[in-house]
Write a protein that binds this ligand. Sequence first.
Ligand code: FAD
Ligand code: NAP
Length: 510
Amino acid sequence: MLNVPSQSFPAPSSQQRVVAGGRSKVPLKQGRSLMDWIRLTKSGKDLTGLKGRLIEVTEEELKKHDKKDDCWICIRGFVYNVSPYMEYHPGGEDELMRAAGSDGTDLFDQVHRWVNYESMLKECLVGRMAVKPAAPKGMLPKSQATDTLAREGPSSPSYDWFQTDSLVTIVVYTKQKDITLDSVIVDHQDDSFRAETIIKDYSYLINIELSHAVQGDFSVRIVENVGKIEIVLKKKENTSWKCLGHPLENHNSLVPKKDAGLFYRQCQLISKEDVTHDTRLFCFMLPPSTHLQVPIGQHVYLKLTITDTEIVKPYTPVSDSLLSEFKEPALPNNKYIYFLIKIYPAGLFTPELDHLQIGDFVFVSNPEGNFKTSQFQELEDLFLLAAGTGFTPMVKLLNYALTNIPSLRKVKLMFFNKTEDDIIWRSHLEELTFKDKRFDVEFVLSAPISEWNGKQGHVSPALLSEFLKRSSDKSKVLICICGPTPFTEQGIKFLHELNFSKDEIHSFTA
Ligand code: FAD
Ligand code: NAP
């Protein structure tokens, strides 16, 4: 559905577009980039044809606007005239037309629920649906939500609170044993208190305007064997609270995680360090009133306002160093978040990010992604296939596997880059091969200098079959793959041809 510039990447002429398969990425005409779209929306042109009026749209009316040059789409109860946007949509006109004259919320959520369409399409807003379609997802009161989820979801969580003279403790009873510190994300901003707990593939939200002021910092404790989470807030004044506060939107609701909205908090740029000629290590500080630990293999979204439009792109947090599990981190891990980000001079988002000064802010979302550390259980051979910044999810994976999986015999990374200068953290990787005998790395270059005597070319069955040797016939294997979409798609195809099963492959995608 609607899209952001990551979908217009790679460039139409680039080899990354050559391989077919998956969602089509349609080459955009000259002058039809996201930046061009933003310029058009700022030009004052009437993009809805309604001269700035907002109207109530009936279902009958919506259905009438189902043609390319007259195309209305409803997303979460709001109707947009997307005809002017057609040529700018990196997913192509056909993708948009699938929702023409109808409610496109589900289609939109399937592809890019994180895209900030409200901001991108604000000049295309026609109005609201007169009769709301179905109740928007994620808005069910808990009683209703739990009825629906009772059959397939986790058993209903609940919460309680108690106080002493100086503390207020909020307790979440998840009724799940596998709850860890990264299962809960807490934000306390002004008087509003928000705690989202991820329980299997569901999200349980506590969202309250507190009745009294509390201090900025708080602590989070997990009582693992009973699945209890305790969030301890410090009162500003030692008075007795009569109630915890007033419920805010979606308070005490349990919804499938995919239907929960993304929550953002402002994080401050602390440092920026060159890693290669075009890739930098960014360190951001979380607010003191946030508890957020991004689970291994998951990504977050960064949001910046560029020319008055909110732009959102996904990035995968890394550790501050590939060797960080083997030494004391310079800064406490749970207060800082690190990213390895490649700057594309002609890109929309990364040059803006690169222009941030130390002390500037960026919005960081809650995590997303479907990698689970349970995939490591009893694992013997871990193979990582990364291309370019597709290396980023491998960083935490590597650290975790080498330090926490006793069954592990071998970890091998095949790292595809254009030239030697493009290899991220090459010296760390080489050092790691000395530090841990189970680890090995192979660099493959697509455009090496003539003196390069390592592997050359692109991902291929020949390269993979030589690389992916099990440590024994029946050893449990996991192959993780990440890079430009066509690289990943091709790699998966070759892995299937080499008889690796679906369960043995994990691909990182948006
Ligand atoms: P874009 O504007 O998307 O442009 C990128 C390139 O394409 C530029 O060279 C630009 O000139 C070219 N281009 C764009 N539009 C056109 C057009 N219409 N015609 C011709 N050429 C065009 N990246 C990282 O560096 N680190 C990470 O940790 C990371 N994690 C990710 C996690 C996930 C789940 C996903 C899906 C992606 C991740 N990415 C990561 C990629 C990241 O999200 C962005 O896609 C990337 O940073 C480029 O953003 P940009 O806006 O700067 O560039
Ligand atoms: P890059 O430098 O352009 O490419 C890295 C290597 O991959 C090069 O050797 C390149 O060969 C090769 N390659 C590119 N396209 C290929 C294809 N179609 N088939 C085979 N090999 C191909 O990579 P980058 O600019 O760092 O981009 C990294 C990509 O990873 C981005 O698309 C980003 O969105 C994605 N990413 C995804 C996630 C995630 O989903 N979780 C996380 C991080 C990054 P050539 O020299 O021939 O181009």
